[in-house]
Design a protein around this ligand. Structure first.
Ligand SMILES: CC(C)(COP(=O)(O)OP(=O)(O)OC[C@H]1O[C@@H](n2cnc3c(N)ncnc32)[C@H](O)[C@@H]1OP(=O)(O)O)[C@@H](O)C(=O)NCCC(=O)NCCS
Length: 379
């Protein structure tokens, strides 16, 4: 065993490279994010969620006919086994993330490829999960609101169909566009906590449903996916742009983080944030609710001194208000993140299976020195 003094501990695995990946590159200093070499800005402006998911899985942008085929495969996969609705009904009052985790885990019991970790079977399961996760989130929300689940519509794309299943109404073009954008921005992000979790589980050769169930668990915490929910709560507590500075000061005096700020990798602004910021600005104007955009910008102003520590807005800072203005309840914000991230988790698991290795780091022991067992009567 190495001498403790020679060991360098990287708490939180901060700055540790544990493998290679051909999916996503992040330059935290330059504030750059690319999926398979394509800039997130180009994808945000020109792509769709379906096309981006194809890119992630296949490594190249699809031709028209490849995209049509892919789209058809995703649509055929919009199907939940009947017993899953019983699982959902048994958990109506659960947080939608707890429900999503349990439902994805339960799906393993019904997937014909469940035990097959080959590339072909994992891709088939990935397509199914990409289409099923939004169905689960939507069906739970409908049922807990006292309505029947809304069957998917094959004439609608992924984002529009998700909103349609959630609300039972045809979404506006603007709402569809913003949801599509949001899903693209969340689709993949390297070795983030939930994708790393998925890889750790895949490292044991567990099946895809096990990896995604674990990833959903990791995403549910406020330090990862839960931030968007907390940002909206914060905006409501602030209530008026004039209160933002005092609110931030109070939080920081208690050394609490300001939600939607800071990132393990980005030292500049998260490149995804600008697209959502523009969405919030436009939507606030259109809906004649300028207050929310003004509150967020006042928080950004109050947080400006922290930029020198590398603490800037992240993607979750603006996403919550977009959902809120669309009438989506706060506890669905993280599940929407999960809807977007499902292809990212699956593609990372595919990569992990391809050159699989058990992920098993070490901890430096810091407990009591060796000692003799003492019988219960002598303690
Ligand atoms: C994401 C997060 C967990 C990263 O934490 P981290 O890697 O430990 O952060 P850093 O090492 O960059 O922190 C550097 C300094 O900035 C401070 N800081 C980090 N995030 C902050 C935030 N959101 N608000 C205020 N200060 C923050 C830290 O406290 C630290 O200061 P210290 O050295 O005096 O303790 C953290 O920023 C956070 O909790 N953010 C809020 C939740 C959130 O938005 N999560 C979504 C991420 S996409």
């Amino acid at each position: 065993m190495a001498d403790d003094d020679d060991i360098q501990v990287h708490r939180g695995l901060n700055g540790v490279y544990f493998d290679r990946s051909a999916v996503c590159s992040i330059d935290g200093r330059a504030g750059e994010l690319r999926y398979r070499g394509y800039s997130i800005h180009d994808l945000a402006e020109h792509s769709s969620f379906e096309e981006t998911a194809y890119l992630l899985f296949h490594g190249e942008l699809p031709t028209r006919s490849q995209l049509d085929l892919w789209d058809a495969e995703l649509k055929v996969a919009r199907d939940l086994p009947g017993p899953l609705f019983d699982v959902i009904r048994a958990m109506l009052h659960a947080h939608p993330m707890d429900l999503a985790r349990t439902a994805v885990s339960a799906l393993a019991a019904f997937d014909p490829d469940v035990a097959d970790n080959s590339r072909e079977a994992t891709l088939r399961k990935s397509i199914r999960l990409t289409s099923q996760v939004p169905m689960i989130v939507a069906a739970h929300h409908r049922l807990r609101s006292g309505f029947d689940p809304v069957p998917p519509r094959p004439d609608l794309g992924h984002a529009a169909n998700f909103l349609y299943m959630l609300t039972g109404a045809m979404p506006s073009d603007n709402a569809t566009h913003l949801m599509d954008l949001d899903l693209i921005l969340h689709a993949e992000h390297g070795s983030n906590a939930s994708s790393f979790t998925a890889r750790v589980v895949a490292g044991t050769d567990a099946n895809l449903h096990a990896t995604v169930t674990a990833a959903i668990s990791a995403l549910s915490g406020p330090a990862h996916g839960g931030a968007a929910e907390n940002v909206m709560r914060m905006a409501q507590e602030i209530g008026d742009p004039a209160n933002a500075a005092a609110y931030v000061k109070d939080l920081r005096s208690r050394r609490e983080p300001v939600m939607g700020f800071g990132h393990r990798v980005y030292r500049t602004e998260d490149p995804r944030a600008r697209h959502m910021r523009e969405g919030v600005r436009r939507l606030s104007q259109e809906m004649e609710e300028p207050k929310w955009y003004a509150i967020l910008e006042a928080v950004v102003e109050a947080m400006r001194p922290y930029a020198r520590l590398g603490v800037n807005v992240n993607v979750d800072f603006y996403a919550g208000v977009v959902y809120y203005l669309h009438g989506i309840p706060e506890d669905l914000f993280v599940p929407i993140f999960a809807v977007g991230r499902t292809p990212g988790w699956c593609v990372q698991v595919l990569e992990q299976y391809e050159h699989n290795i058990l992920i098993r780091p070490l901890t430096v022991y810091s407990g009591p020195p060796p000692r003799d067992y003492v019988g219960i009567g002598e303690r």
